[in-house]
Design a protein around this ligand. Structure first.
Ligand code: SAM
Length: 336
C-alpha cells in the first residue's frame, strides 16, 4: 500500500501541479482512478503531509494499492520547480558512473520531466550543494531553452530571479505563509537575509499596515528584491542593501516587533544583530541547520545570556530534513 492523496477528478490537474511544484509526488508509482477520484502517489515524509496543508482543493491522505512504474529505465527523481525551471538531483545509482553515462542519464531524466510538465522551459541537474555566503545553487542546464531567469509564483506574489545568481527555495513556502499569518496590525518587521524578497513581500502584501525592512548582501539578489517590490506593487517594504552586520546602528536599535532570520547556515552568528533590532516584547524567528531542536534552542539561550536579554521560547519545530544528519529547525522566541 502506498501513501496517496485523493482528489476529485475535476481538481486533479490543479492537485498534480501543486504536488510537483512542492516536490512531494512519488514518481515511482502510477496515479490511479476510481469513479470520481484520482489518487496521486505521495512521497513518504512528514514534509509531504505538512505541505499538503497548502493544497487548496478538497483532498484526503489515504493508503492505496498503486501500480509501480515498470516501463521506464530511469524513474523520475523528485525535483524543485522554481517558476518554469526544474532542478533535480541525479539518482544515487549514477553517481559513480563515467561522466558520459551520467550526462546521458541526466538528459533522459530532463526530457522525461519536460514531457511530464508542459510548463517547464528549462531543466537543470544539481552539480553540488547550495554554496557560499549568497547560498547559490550549483547546477548544469541539461534541457530546454537554457534561460535561468524565471518568475516564481507563491501565495499570490511573483518573484523574478536568476536561479544561477540568487537563492530561492519553494520548500520554504509553508514557513512564509506561517510567519505571514502571525503578523498583527502596524507591526514593524525586519527580514535580514531577505534574498529576492519572498518573506518580506508576502508579509507586506498581506499586511498593508505593516512596515517591512528587507536586507540583502548579494547585489544580484538585492537587484531582484527591488524589482520584485515593484512587480508586486507593495509600498511598505524598505530595501536595505549590504551586510546584516551593519544593521547595528542607532537608526535600527530596537525598532522591530518581529525579526525573521532565514539564514540557517549561519544565523547563530547574527543573533546579536537580531537582539539589536528587536523591541522588548518582540518576536524572533531563528532558522538553523542543526542535529536537534534542543541544540538550536541552546544556541538561542546562550546568545540571549551573552546579550543580557531575557527570552521565552514560544515554539520550536523541524522545518525540513536537509541531509541525512542535518535538519532545519525554526525557533520562535519572544524577548521579555
Ligand atoms: C537562505 S537565503 C534566504 C533568502 C530568502 N529569505 C528566501 O527565503 O528565499 C539567505 C540569504 O541571505 C543572504 N545573506 C548571506 N549573508 C548575509 C549577510 N551577512 N547580510 C545580509 N544578507 C546575507 C544571502 O545572499 C541569501 O540571499
Amino acid at each position: 500500500m502506498v501513501l496517496a492523496v485523493a482528489v476529485s477528478k475535476k481538481d486533479a490537474e490543479k492537485a498534480r501541479k501543486f504536488l510537483i511544484s512542492r516536490g512531494i509526488i512519488n514518481f515511482s508509482y502510477n496515479p490511479a482512478s476510481s469513479r470520481d477520484k484520482i489518487f496521486f502517489p505521495l512521497a513518504e515524509s512528514e514534509i509531504a503531509e505538512e505541505a499538503l496543508k497548502d493544497l487548496k482543493v478538497k483532498h484526503a491522505v489515504v493508503r492505496k494499492r498503486l501500480k509501480k512504474k515498470e516501463s521506464k529505465k530511469v524513474e523520475l527523481p523528485p525535483f524543485d520547480m522554481i517558476g518554469e525551471i526544474a532542478i533535480f538531483e541525479l539518482p544515487k545509482e549514477f553517481r559513480d558512473k563515467p561522466e558520459t553515462e551520467r550526462e546521458k542519464a541526466a538528459k533522459k531524466i530532463a526530457r522525461d520531466i519536460m514531457a511530464n510538465q508542459k510548463n517547464i522551459k528549462t531543466v537543470a541537474v544539481k552539480t553540488g550543494g547550495i554554496k557560499g555566503p549568497f547560498r547559490i545553487r550549483s547546477f548544469k542546464v541539461v534541457a530546454g531553452n537554457r534561460s535561468t531567469i524565471t518568475i516564481h509564483k507563491e501565495h499570490g506574489c511573483r518573484f523574478k530571479l536568476d536561479v544561477s545568481k540568487a537563492y530561492y527555495s519553494p520548500r520554504l513556502s509553508f514557513e512564509r505563509k506561517r510567519i505571514s499569518s502571525l503578523i498583527k496590525e502596524k507591526e514593524t518587521v525586519f527580514v535580514p537575509f531577505a534574498g529576492v524578497g519572498p518573506f518580506a513581500i508576502i508579509i507586506a502584501k498581506n499586511h498593508p499596515s505593516a512596515s517591512v525592512y528587507a536586507n540583502e548582501l548579494n547585489p544580484d539578489a538585492y537587484r531582484y528584491l527591488v524589482e520584485n517590490i515593484k512587480l508586486n506593487k507593495v509600498s511598505n517594504v524598505i530595501p536595505i542593501p549590504g551586510d546584516a552586520r551593519d544593521l547595528k546602528t542607532k537608526e535600527y536599535w530596537r525598532i522591530a516587533d518581529r525579526v525573521v532570520m532565514p539564514l540557517p547556515m549561519s544565523a547563530d552568528q547574527f543573533l546579536d544583530v537580531a537582539f539589536h533590532l528587536a523591541k522588548k516584547g518582540g518576536t524572533v524567528h531563528f532558522y538553523y541547520f542543526t542535529d536537534s531542536i534542543e541544540s538550536a534552542e541552546r544556541v538561542v539561550m546562550e546568545a540571549a545570556e551573552r546579550e543580557g536579554r531575557k527570552i521565552k521560547i514560544i515554539e520550536s519545530r523541524v522545518v525540513r530534513d536537509y541531509s541525512p544528519d542535518i535538519i532545519e529547525v525554526v525557533v520562535d522566541f519572544q524577548i521579555l
